[in-house]
Design a protein around this ligand. Structure first.
Ligand code: ADP
Ligand code: MG
Length: 700
């Protein structure tokens, strides 16, 4: 097939030799003309607006000034030279600084000449300067209207050394657009574009790089944001439709003795309305003849495990085996304990398989799985191993899914001829917009209600200097018979320092809380049996204060623990704080979460802490987290690649996302495989995206 204009390798562009091409590929993943064209400016500068030097108050924002060169000098040792040009306008003066290309630039600078200076001020020794600015002699002609908005592209030091600073990149794109063959084919139908008044794709590309006016810039942005979100949604909708159509599932039609027996004789409480609703949703899926692929979201303590258990019982009633996979050994153990307890007296063979299961035991379990005598297998990654095979695996439950990669999930699918139903549980609520983008092809169930009688955890922020207050508070709680968690951060880079902190904290608590009070310590560097022993003693209330790192983060359930003290709370992310807080408030006692920090807090850390104090709603916390950090940093999203959005922003562009999603699902409902002629153009673009991103991380 002939290479289209946009597919032309970037080295064929005038001004790009092999060296620059190599650099563009390596630094910016720009391989083709099309890639270059979708390398959008990350901001724009209004070239008609000039700052006065005295107005410069901020770092990190591009500005423009009009000033005259007063003085040029080269300073520093020969190995560490800088070129400084001091410029002034009628409000003051500022230094322009160059660290590279000194000789060449010095020759070009003309003293007393007035320049338009464009750059990003930096604060140095309490004074602003502008490193490596861009200089231009003002033209006598007024700027043409269509050049007042100047695009700014991100670049790297390496690219800059090849003359590809933001301006150089802009030049390449301009060259591309001036090419006779420049043409951007449309990828949306008129039917879609018309009601939204979208620009054509070509117009949008031209205006995103070289806006003819502010209005056209925002129209170009709107068009490209829509396009980006729409095709993600269209792809997800098509995948989902394809799965429902092709993927036969095991039909679980029966509700039998296991479910009924458990429900009537083993369940000591009434299910919440939300739990009932979700179980109904799951049952409908399981009975549909299609494979279930469902995401079960619910805040910590909302009773997801119970829902998972009921789902597993349905699978057993229909003659299948099931497995539950947890991200850590502690969690797998805990699931094993609670589930065995809840099922005690029922004729169900539950087994635990983790990395530390002995070989002889493994062999027994493997045989039981093969001959069908093991009904329910709980474990860690160990479940994924090739030699773990089932007689008839009907359901896979994955807990805390963000810790598992997609490839791992896919492995579980292959453990049965007809792929087992999949229920993915996550206690880190995912903001709606993110769920739509990330898990758009999974069905979604939400437990949005807590079991009755839960008192919401009271959260307080305490400064380190007021630590004595915490001690007396804890003393009171221990007298009431409660248990306490003290959590320290543990971050890779400063691991030994953190361990020292933990150790110091442990010593402090030992001396503040002498026997009969028992203080225990738990951290990731301890051997597994040691960890398990400590955890067990805490569960049995033989340890009263547990000083630990975040190893207790997920899922651990000790309902008598009612105080969670988080040291250096400013060093934790929001979702982590929320997870940790979820460890308390599990019993009937009023519980407390105390966030300890120093006085010096960054704005973000302060926002995280005040959010925690304000609300216990996991979804609200997740939304705030998304706003503070952006999707790229949220747990589990980094590796997905889906969120490497080029222009859209799932927080700010939520409206567009909703519209795109609805439209995509309408189109797919009407034409599931996009075979209708009018949808040709969409199908073609999807094929193109598929080719480009064969490693999209999605279950399908
Ligand atoms: P999650 O997995 O969502 O964090 P769990 O399933 O571990 O929550 O439930 C937390 C605690 O609440 C457990 O001790 C569980 O037995 C209890 N629980 C679950 N559902 C109910 C309910 N409907 N009523 C009372 N307690 C419940
Ligand atoms: Mg749980």
């Amino acid at each position: 097939m002939a290479v289209t204009f946009l597919e032309t390798p970037v080295e064929y562009l005038k001004g790009v030799g092999p060296a620059r091409a190599g650099m563009l590929k390596k630094e910016l993943q720009i391989f083709t003309f099309g890639d270059l064209l979708t390398f959008f400016p990350f901001r724009y500068v209004d070239r008609s607006k000039f700052y006065r030097i005295s107005e410069i108050k901020d770092e990190n924002a591009f500005i423009q000034i009009k000033a005259q060169i007063a003085h040029i000098q080269i300073v520093g040792s020969p190995r560490n030279q800088r070129l400084i040009a001091t410029v002034s306008d009628d409000s003051g003066e500022i230094d322009l600084v160059w660290f590279h290309g000194i000789k060449w630039i010095e020759e070009k600078l003309i003293p007393l000449q007035e320049y338009i200076i464009f750059g990003k001020p930096a604060l140095f020794n309490g004074r602003f300067n502008i490193p490596h600015p861009d200089l231009e002699v003002p033209s006598i002609e007024p700027l043409p209207l269509n050049e007042t908005i100047r695009p700014v592209y991100s670049s790297t030091e390496k690219l800059k050394s090849k003359g590809l600073d933001f301006k150089g990149i802009g030049k390449l794109i301009k060259t591309l657009m001036l090419n006779d063959r420049f043409h951007v084919p449309e990828n949306l139908t008129t039917e879609i574009m018309k009601p939204l008044h979208l620009l054509s794709r070509q117009e949008a590309f031209v205006n995103i790089h070289f806006p003819q006016s502010p209005e056209l810039l925002s129209k170009a942005q709107a068009r490209l944001k829509f396009e980006e979100l729409f095709f993600i949604q269209l792809r997800l909708a098509r995948q989902r439709a394809g799965r429902l159509q092709k993927q036969t599932g095991l039909p679980f039609l029966k509700v039998g003795d296991y479910v009924n027996g458990f429900y009537h004789h083993h369940l000591s409480f009434e299910l919440t309305r939300a739990q009932k609703r979700v179980i109904k949703e799951i049952r409908a899926d399981l009975g549909s003849g299609n494979q279930m692929n469902r995401l079960l979201q619910g805040d910590v303590g909302s009773g997801k495990t119970l829902v998972a258990l009921m789902t597993m019982l349905i699978a057993l009633d229909n003659g299948c085996q099931c497995c539950l996979m947890a991200p850590t050994e502690i969690l797998a153990n805990q699931h094993y304990q609670t589930i065995s307890q809840m099922l005690a007296g029922m004729d169900i063979n539950v087994q635990l398989l983790t990395g530390s299961t002995k070989t002889t035991r493994r062999t027994v379990i493997r045989e039981g799985l093969l001959d069908g005598t093991v009904n329910l297998l709980i474990g860690t990654h160990a479940l994924l191993e090739e030699n773990v095979r089932f007689k008839k695996l009907g359901l896979v439950v994955i807990d805390e899914q963000h810790r598992f990669g997609v490839a791992q999930r896919a492995k579980l699918w292959k453990k049965n001829v007809i792929p087992p139903h999949v229920l993915v549980m996550t206690a880190t609520p995912i903001p709606r917009t993110l769920a739509m983008t990330l898990y758009g092809d999974l069905d979604n169930s939400v437990i949005d209600e807590m079991p009755p009688g839960r008192k919401s955890v009271v959260t307080r922020h305490i400064y380190e200097s007021d630590r004595y207050k915490i001690f007396s508070f804890i003393r009171g709680k221990i007298r009431e018979g409660r248990q306490i968690y003290i959590v320290y951060p543990l971050i890779q880079e400063s691991e030994s320092l953190d361990l020292q902190n933990l150790e110091d904290g442990y010593q402090t608590f030992l001396s503040e809380f002498p026997p009969p009070c028992v203080v225990g310590m738990l951290h990731g560097q301890m051997k597994q049996p040691e960890k398990d022993a400590v955890m067990r003693r805490f569960v049995e209330n033989r340890i009263h204060i547990l000083v630990s790192t975040t190893v207790i983060e997920v899922g651990v359930d000790v309902s008598n623990a009612s105080v969670m003290v988080i040291e250096n709370a400013d060093r934790f992310g929001l979702s982590q704080l929320h997870q940790l807080r979820g460890r308390v408030g599990r019993g009937g006692n009023q519980s407390y979460c105390i966030l300890v920090s120093g006085h010096a807090l960054s704005a973000e850390a302060r926002k995280r802490i005040t959010t925690m104090v304000r609300t216990t709603d996991g979804f609200e916390i997740a939304e705030t987290d998304l706003q503070i950090r952006g999707p790229g940093d949220l747990m589990g999203t980094q590796q997905s690649g889906i969120l490497n959005l080029r222009i859209a922003d799932i927080v700010r562009d939520e409206k567009i996302l909703h519209y795109a999603r609805n439209l995509a699902s309408d189109i797919i409902r009407d034409d599931p495989a996009l075979t209708q002629e009018k949808n040709d153009i969409l199908a073609r673009h999807l094929r193109h995206i598929d080719q480009q991103s064969q490693n999209w991380g999605l279950i399908s």
